[in-house]
Design a protein around this ligand. Structure first.
Ligand SMILES: *Cc1c(COP(=O)(O)O)cnc(C)c1O
Length: 374
């Protein structure tokens, strides 16, 4: 089965990892800082902290934003459940705002209608790698006295109005799962420009430990002393995986270029196929495409999914609106809450897209889909 996404591992990645395995550190060593610095080249200089997954990154970001019981987090339902689940786990109420019908990104007007004095954060999701409308979302968040968070699991390397993802929100999270544009097997990162929020993030992902004597409450204890001022977790991304990430980031420009080339080819090959809506792109963004999300009209998505799979083409559906997961249903969320997101979900089908997808494989995908639709 041709997958919808997969990693690109080069000999240089293998060498980077084995070099760490032969060295002195498996976990926190020099590759961690090197990876974080390289990441900051992609966020316009905004500092980053590496963590164990995109989900951990969201958890850390919400903690750094001060999200807790009594707070509300406004976000998109057209996302992986972790965007909402991590806020709910912290005791916040998740408020789902609807998406734009063409990009599938959080609709600023819908978000504006739902913010309240309790809104602590507005979380955008750069669906498929296409940045959300950050200028408008910034105005919504500022107007509510809330922070703007970007779930950029799909969009590392993308830009909005000439500004890189990572510099657009108060806190940005990345995922390095193998289907994503850059991988560390499992992994993620948080970018935060504000030093206080960065420090909260960096502490929470390392048990809350305070090592700097100048910051300690009981600094005279001895050279071994470290203290915890607020509870944290161990979300440290090991050196081995940071070495892989660093090696991958060095190829991000090439990954972006090949993904863009494949997207342009899909556009050409599918533009005349009846019953399909192809993904939209705003003039002012430069996406790193993670997904190629077509919409299958006329109620045929399920049939097309089944027939593509039967033909050995591993298409995917991204995503079931998050509030339709039973855990949210049990909290009282109901079908009909975000009609645009539900309509998008009902038609969505992600076609294979990854850098080592060959032209011939891609032609087979497009021809199979065209054959089913005609
Ligand atoms: C992949 C993904 C996550 C979670 O990342 P993991 O690294 O798998 O934990 C969160 N949000 C979105 C939009 C994702 O695509």
């Amino acid at each position: 089965m041709l997958p919808y996404g997969r990693q690109s591992i080069a000999e240089s990645d293998v060498e980077a990892v084995t070099e760490v395995l032969r060295g002195d550190w498996l976990t926190t060593g020099p590759a961690v800082g090197a990876f974080e610095s390289e990441l900051a080249h992609w966020t316009g200089g905004v500092p980053c902290v590496a963590v164990t997954s995109g989900t951990a990154a969201l958890h850390v970001a919400y903690v750094a934003a001060g999200v807790g019981p009594g707070d509300e987090v406004v976000t998109s339902p057209l996302t992986f459940v972790a965007t909402a689940a991590t806020a709910a786990l912290l005791g916040a109420r998740v408020v789902f705002a609807d998406v734009q019908p063409d990009t599938g990104n959080l609709d600023p007007d819908s978000a504006a209608a739902l913010v309240t004095p309790r809104t602590r954060a507005v979380t955008a999701v750069d669906y498929a790698g296409h940045p959300a409308d950050y200028d408008e979302l910034r105005a919504v968040a500022d107007g509510a006295g809330a922070l703007l968070i970007a779930d950029a699991a799909h969009s590392i390397g993308s830009a909005y109005k000439g500004r890189p993802v990572g510099s657009l929100a108060d806190l940005t999270t990345f995922s390095f799962f193998p289907t994503k544009t850059v991988t560390t097997a499992e992994g993620g990162a948080v970018a935060a420009a504000d030093p206080e929020r960065f420090l909260r993030a960096a502490r929470f992902m390392n048990h809350g430990l305070v090592r700097d004597p100048a910051e300690q409450r009981h600094p005279g204890e001895g050279g071994w002393h470290q203290e915890v001022h607020a509870f944290g977790l161990n979300y440290r991304l090991p050196d081995v995986l940071c070495a892989l990430g660093l090696s991958q980031l060095r190829r991000l420009r090439r990954f972006r270029a090949r993904r863009a080339e494949l997207v342009a080819r899909y556009h050409l090959m599918l533009s005349d196929v009846p019953g399909l809506t192809l993904p939209a792109q705003r003039a002012y963004v430069e996406p790193s495409w993670h997904l190629y999300p077509v919409r299958v009209r006329d109620g045929r998505r399920r049939e097309v999914y089944d027939r593509m799979r039967a033909a050995g083409i591993g298409v995917q559906v991204n995503y079931l609106p998050a509030y339709l997961h039973p855990v949210f249903e049990d909290l009282g969320y109901r079908r009909g809450l975000c009609p645009v997101a539900e309509a998008y979900y009902a038609e969505e089908l992600s076609l294979p897209l990854f850098p080592c997808l060959s032209d011939v494989q891609q032609e087979r995908v497009a021809e199979t889909l065209a054959g089913i639709m005609s």
